[in-house]
Each structure stands twice: as structure tokens, then as C-alpha cells.
Write a protein that binds this ligand. Structure first.
Ligand code: CAA
Length: 702
């Protein structure tokens, strides 16, 4: 059956695309579009209207086909055919016209659409550049500077803004049902005006001085350090200013293929699908979530306040509970400050801010939580305190209410056991700052009901989070792995590396922030306090925390006290190495009989990254994470792992598990300890020449 329907309405040939869910330009769709345009060429229609069924105009090339051999017709061929049409062609947009979708629209002679539509070239987020004329046609239409911004930023822009810059010709402030009639009227207007085809490719080549490009490249060096696609995008746009259209298109194609074949693009495409898969819990298909119309949050500290903002911003009323009026007032003031910052940064307007603030009601009375649909506990990280809170919630909340804990380390099953309804208990582990960070670990207890889990996954999307399912273990997916990574960072220090070398090695590889600086940012007292509740065995190798403990005992808690592993400038918060810390590290090395030596950056990276991979393999094998891609999503969205490296498990797969396993065995021989005990799954996969991804796929088929 054809994915394109063609009919003539009032002299206008209407070409309707229907390829759910997002009208991606698969081989079949490209072929059907080509056939429809060929058929329309000689018929009685006076103009052609390209429009889509379903929730959106074309959202791009079909990413799932990128790893398969290319099939004709290529998108550039289809686009060439449309642009060369001798009848005027009008694109009619709704939803999101992205990537190849916008390039298709740029091939049309006129573009109209709904005011609610958004248009963009997000290829850069997949490590690509627009490969079907986008880098050549967009600058001809809107100028070099705007085109560079749109293509290298990848962020879609609203239709109204697109109209202002000449990217759209007409915007309709109406609902989706009226799009076709309004677009037909617009097409009729073009016919009556005898406007004829207006080909973007025939517009004069855009001009810009070499200075514009070199400045833009410099900005990109800072913004997207180490990434290939943004730099090649500038090359492609520059070609539009220097070469005639056909040559520019050829240059663009070569650069596109270079990007498509790059490791970075493979990694980013993996992340695209992993993100979407992570939101699915195997076995929950068809389970009906519970309705959530109101939420209670216990604790108005940094975490509770941030969580309250997530719900209020999504229009869900929140009751925020604290022990006393003073704590409540402090929490409320912090929330107001955060919303004011959002307004200052242009993320919200005053009216939206007031609406959000009005959605948060403070209380000190547990009775006010009696009727809410979901309660999230965000109190002090102590099992007994949490169990008391849950016992009280059990007495207070209505039957069927979901009781969630934001714990980052405690045993969710022990918390659930404090209630007579453990099936209603789930973990919702937000990351700090909760109103900003996208990751949400949804923790399934031994007895969590399926519909509670389904509700949590759905709700996460509603509040704009990226949910990943985790089973119960100390630290769940992310913090359990972080513990290994952090310990290795600390061991590198005592064995001879400096804080700035460890951070520099990881940051130059792409981590948003090095592990030592992250500790200072989070507050060294947090780990210190957490260790107080552990016995010596649980605490692990004392060499991996003795320096941090000594710093906390000297009152150096990290950024918040102006010093931790580094000293911080009060105004700029920039970090500076501290000779006192260097001496402290040496003292501790002497105390623990560690002979210090020099490190290469590569050695540091090897230890930190392989610690993540080995623990990730154990997490996978124990069924704590559903899939390797879920672990990757956790690390990218929660811990600043560079998306263009695909996450720790993808990194290991790309490097080859045989080599990874051998390297871990070497580290075990050199250093010993639990961290380097190779995960049995890793050994098995290495020996059978498999990947984590292949293993997960195989598991699914059984
Ligand atoms: N190719 C293949 N599948 C796609 C796709 C694409 N371009 N875009 C979305 N999908 C799939 C998703 O994988 C998802 O599938 P499942 O339901 O099986 O998980 C489904 O469509 C729905 O997607 P979302 O869950 O993301 O839905 P949403 O409503 O939240 O978002 C969207 C819709 C804004 C279009 C979002 O999917 C998106 O940003 N898509 C990618 C757009 C993009 O990057 N386009 C450029 C492609 S590269 C290109 O076009 C190169 C070129 O120049 C030739």
C-alpha cells in the first residue's frame, strides 16, 4: 500500500504523506513521494500541496536505515525532483518539520504552516549535518549567521519566528483540523497571483566574510569541544558562500557521509534509540497507569524543593510538607529564587512563574496529604528516618495512593516494609538540581505493583524527565557505578596524580566535569556522612576516601565552603589548585605506605572508565538494569558522560569486549580488590566475541 495519497482538489494536487509515527523519510516513503510527483507532473493540477497525516510533518530521514546500504531514490534526488517542478509546490507544516523533513520543505517553492509548528535541523544532535541540501538552501533563504546558528545548535524554532526570518511564508493561527483548508486557500492565492515556482536553490549565493566563519568556529571550540559535526557544518555553510549550488551540494554530501560514518554519529544514534527504549519496561505492555492529579512532597530542602518545581512546572498541584514553618519558609524562598532565575534566563515569563508558585502549597500537617495521588519522600538519607515517614504515610494516605522515596542509597524494600502496602511503594530517584537534571531512576522494589511502575514511567515523561528503571541495590544503577569510578579517581590521587590531572584527563575526553571537581560541587560532607553509617568492609579501601575525610574534618566541604580539593574564587567560582591539598595527599600516601609515581592521562582514563564498565556489566548481569543502553542513558543524563561517546557500555562494545576484559584482568593483576574482579558476564561475552548490545538483543528473543 502506498504511503502517499494523491488527489486533485479544486485544481490543486494534494500529496498527503502517511508514514506513522512521525512520517520519517524511509526508502518506501521516498519512493512513493517520487511517484506521486511524477504522476502530478502532467495532470491538470495547477499547483501541488505537500502535507502530512498524523501528528507531525516529516520529522526527518529514517534514522533506523542509516546503518543499512542506501536504497534509491536518495533524498537529494527526491528533493531535486520537487524543486524542479514547473508547477508551484507548497509545503504545509504542522508538528515538527525536522532534518530531512525541513529539507523537503525547503525544496518546495512556498512554505506555510500552523503557528504551533516547529522547524529545525537537529542532525547535529545525531553527530550529522543536514545531508539533503539544508546547509546550502537555508543560508540562501535566511542568511549565513542565522543558518549557522540553526544548524549547529540543532534546536527547533517556533513557526512564528521562522516566518519572521523568511523561512516560512505564511503562518495560520488555527487548529490542526483547519490546516488543509487554509493551506488550500494559500495555494489558490499563489495560483491567482501567477507567482510560479520560487526555487530556494536559485536564490543568489549568500555572502559572509571569512571572519564570520572563523569567529563561529572559535565559539564552537568552546561549546562543543571535540565534536566533529559542528565543525563540518561550518565547512558546509561556508561552501554555500563559495560554490555554485550543485558543487555546494556535492561538498555537503561528502561531509555528511564523513559524519555518518564517524564513531561519534554511531554513538549519538545509539543514544537516540536508547533514550526511547529506556522509557519502556519489559512486561508492562497494556498495564493501565493510575491517574495522578495531585502530589505531596515531604521535605522542602534542595531536593524536595527541586522536585516540587518539576511538578508545579508541569501544572500538577503540589502539597509541600516540612517539620516547621521556618523550614517551610526557607524552602519556599529557595523555590522562588530558582523561578526568578528561570525568568531572568528567559525560560519562563512572569505569568508562568506566578502560576507555578501558586501550584505549590506549603504545610506542616501530614493530614493535608490524605487525599493526594502520589507522595514523594525527600527527607534526610537515613533508613530509620525514612521508615518512620513511610509508616506515617501508610496511616495517612488514601488507599491506592503511590508512596515514593527519593532515596539514593537506602534499601527500598526495607522502606516499603514499614508500610502495610509495599506494592504501592516505588523509588523515584531525582538528580540534583532536580528541577534541571533530566534523569529519573525509577526503582522497582521486590513487591512494587506493575501499575505503580507504569504510573511512574508515564509521570516521568509528563514532568519532562528521562526515566530509567533500576532494581534495588546499594546506589541503584548510577551511584553504584559512581562509587567505583570515584574510588579509582581517589586512588589515582594517592598513587601520584594531582586533582587537576585527574579532572583534566576526564574533561579533555569529554566528561562535563572531572570526578574530583564533581565531589567538590556536590559537597564532600555528603559522602563523609554516608560513610559514617557504614562498617569498614562496606566503606571499602580506606586509601580511596582518606583524603576526602581529612578535608571535611578541616572544614573544607567543597565549593559551598570556598575550598575542598580545590580553592574556589568567591565570585567566579573558578577552581584553583591548592598546594595544601597536594601536601595532604603526600602525607596520606606516606601514612598508607603508598609509593607515589607519575601517571599518564590515558592511564587515568583507563582506570576510571573500565571501573564503570565492569560494574555496569555486574549490574546488567544481576538484572538491576534492563539493558546496556539504559546504563548509558543514566550516565549521559545523570553524570555528564559525553553523549558522542555513547555511554560506558556502548564505549566498551565499540572498543571490543575481548580487549576490555583483558585490560580489566591486567588491572586486577596489578591492583587487586573488588573493583577489578571481572564481571562473569564480561568474561563470557569476551570469550564468545559478543557485545553487551548483542547479548541484550538475544536475551529479549528468548
Ligand atoms: N527516524 C526513525 N524513527 C524515528 C525518527 C526518525 N527520524 N524520529 C522519531 N522516530 C521514532 C522514535 O524512535 C519513536 O519510536 P518508538 O515509538 O518505536 O520508540 C517514535 O518515532 C516516536 O518518537 P518520540 O518518542 O521521540 O516521539 P515524540 O513525540 O516525543 O518526538 C520528534 C517526536 C520530535 C519527531 C522526535 O522523535 C525527534 O526529535 N526525532 C528525531 C528528529 C531528527 O533528528 N531528525 C533528523 C533525522 S537525520 C536527517 O534527517 C538527516 C538528513 O538530512 C538526511
Amino acid at each position: 500500500m502506498s504511503l502517499v495519497h494523491y488527489e486533485i482538489r479544486d485544481g490543486i494536487g494534494v500529496i498527503r504523506l502517511n508514514n506513522p509515527p512521525v512520517n520519517a523519510l524511509s526508502t518506501a516513503l521516498r519512493r512513493d513521494i517520487q511517484e506521486a510527483f511524477a504522476a502530478a507532473r502532467e495532470d491538470a493540477s495547477e499547483a501541488l500541496l505537500l502535507i502530512c497525516d498524523g501528528r507531525t510533518f516529516v520529522a526527518g530521514a529514517d534514522i533506523s536505515e542509516f546503518d543499512k546500504p542506501p536504497q534509491p531514490p536518495s533524498l537529494p534526488e527526491v528533493i531535486e525532483q520537487i524543486e524542479q517542478s514547473h508547477k508551484p509546490v507548497i509545503a504545509s507544516l504542522h508538528g515538527t518539520a525536522l532534518g530531512g523533513g525541513l529539507e523537503l520543505a525547503l525544496a518546495c517553492h512556498y512554505r506555510c504552516g500552523l503557528a504551533s509548528a516547529r522547524v529545525g535541523l537537529p542532525e547535529v544532535k545525531l553527530g550529522l549535518l543536514p545531508g539533503a541540501g539544508g546547509t546550502q538552501r537555508l543560508p540562501r533563504l535566511v542568511g549565513v549567521e542565522k543558518a549557522l546558528k540553526i544548524i549547529s545548535g540543532g534546536k527547533p524554532i517556533p513557526a512564528v519566528e521562522a516566518e519572521k526570518m523568511g523561512l516560512l511564508d505564511r503562518v495560520f493561527d488555527t487548529g490542526a483540523a483547519d490546516l488543509l483548508p487554509r493551506a488550500l486557500e494559500y495555494a489558490r492565492e499563489i495560483i491567482d497571483r501567477r507567482a510560479g515556482p520560487r526555487r530556494v536553490g536559485e536564490l543568489p549565493a549568500p555572502s559572509a566574510g571569512a571572519e564570520t566563519f572563523s569567529q563561529f568556529r572559535q565559539q564552537l571550540d568552546k561549546r562543543s569541544r571535540g565534536q566533529l559535526a559542528p565543525q563540518l557544518i561550518v565547512d558546509a555553510v561556508q561552501a554555500a558562500t563559495e560554490q555554485p549550488l550543485q558543487r555546494g551540494l556535492e561538498t555537503e554530501r561528502q561531509l555528511f557521509v564523513q559524519c555518518r560514518e564517524s564513531d561519534q554519529s554511531h554513538a549519538l544514534r545509539h543514544v537516540f534509540f536508547a533514550e526511547r527504549e529506556a522509557a519502556r519496561v519489559d512486561g508492562l505492555e497494556g498495564v493501565e497507569p493510575r491517574p495522578v492529579h495531585s502530589v505531596g512532597i515531604i521535605g522542602a530542602g534542595t531536593m524536595g524543593g527541586g522536585i516540587a518545581m518539576c511538578f508545579a512546572s508541569a501544572g500538577i498541584p503540589v502539597t509541600l510538607l516540612e517539620m516547621n514553618g521556618e523550614a517551610l519558609e526557607r524552602g519556599r524562598a529557595a523555590i522562588e529564587r530558582n523561578y526568578a532565575t528561570a525568568v531572568r534566563r528567559g525560560k519562563l515569563d512572569e505569568v508562568q512563574k506566578e502560576r507555578c508558585l501558586a501550584a505549590i502549597r506549603g504545610t506542616t500537617d501530614y493530614g493535608d496529604l490524605a487525599q493526594v495521588d502520589l507522595v514523594i519522600e525527600a527527607v534526610f538519607e537515613d533508613l530509620n528516618v525514612k521508615r518512620e515517614v513511610f509508616a506515617r504515610l501508610d496511616r495517612t494516605c488514601r488507599p491506592g495512593a503511590i508512596l515514593a522515596s527519593n532515596t539514593s542509597y537506602q534499601d527500598l524494600d526495607a522502606i516499603a516494609a514499614a508500610t502495610a502496602r509495599p506494592y504501592d511503594v516505588v523509588g523515584l530517584h531525582f538528580f540534583s538540581p532536580a528541577n534541571i537534571m533530566k534523569l529519573l531512576e525509577v526503582v522497582r522494589g521486590k513487591r512494587t505493583a506493575d501499575d505503580v511502575l507504569a504510573t511512574a514511567m508515564k509521570l516521568a515523561k509528563r514532568i519532562g524527565k528521562m526515566p530509567v528503571l533500576s532494581g534495588v541495590c546499594y546506589g541503584f544503577i548510577g551511584n553504584r557505578m559512581l562509587r567505583r569510578y570515584g574510588s579509582q579517581a581517589q586512588l589515582c590521587l594517592i598513587e601520584g596524580a594531582s586533582p587537576e590531572q585527574v579532572d583534566g584527563a576526564m574533561e579533555s575526553w569529554g566528561m562535563a566535569m572531572g570526578p574530583i571537581a564533581v565531589g567538590d560541587l556536590a559537597g564532600l560532607d555528603i559522602g563523609y556522612r554516608a560513610r559514617q553509617s557504614l562498617d569498614d568492609e562496606q566503606k571499602g579501601d580506606p586509601r580511596s576516601y582518606c583524603i576526602a575525610d581529612a578535608l571535611v574534618e578541616q572544614g573544607r566541604l567543597g565549593q559551598k565552603s570556598g575550598a575542598g580539593f580545590y580553592r574556589y574564587d568567591a565570585e567566579t567560582r573558578s577552581r584553583k589548585p591548592d598546594p595544601l591539598v597536594a601536601s595532604l595527599i603526600e602525607e596520606k600516601a606516606t601514612e598508607f605506605d603508598v609509593v607515589r609515581r607519575t601517571f599518564t592521562d590515558a592511564e587515568i582514563r583507563e582506570r576510571l572508565l573500565l571501573a564503570l564498565v565492569n560494574e555496569g556489566a555486574k549490574i546488567l548481569e544481576e538484572g538491576i538494569a534492563q539493558r546496556p543502553g539504559d546504563i548509558d542513558v543514566v550516565y549521559i543524563y545523570g553524570y555528564g558522560f559525553p553523549a558522542h561517546r555513547g555511554g560506558p557500555m556502548f564505549y566498551a562494545d565499540s572498543r571490543g569486549l575481548r580487549g576490555v576484559y583483558a585490560a580489566i584482568c591486567d588491572l586486577q593483576a596489578q591492583y587487586g580488590g573488588d573493583c577489578w574482579e571481572p564481571a562473569p558476564l564480561l568474561r563470557e561475552l569476551a570469550e564468545s566475541e559478543m557485545t553487551f548490545a548483542g547479548w541484550a538483543e538475544g536475551n529479549r528473543q528468548f
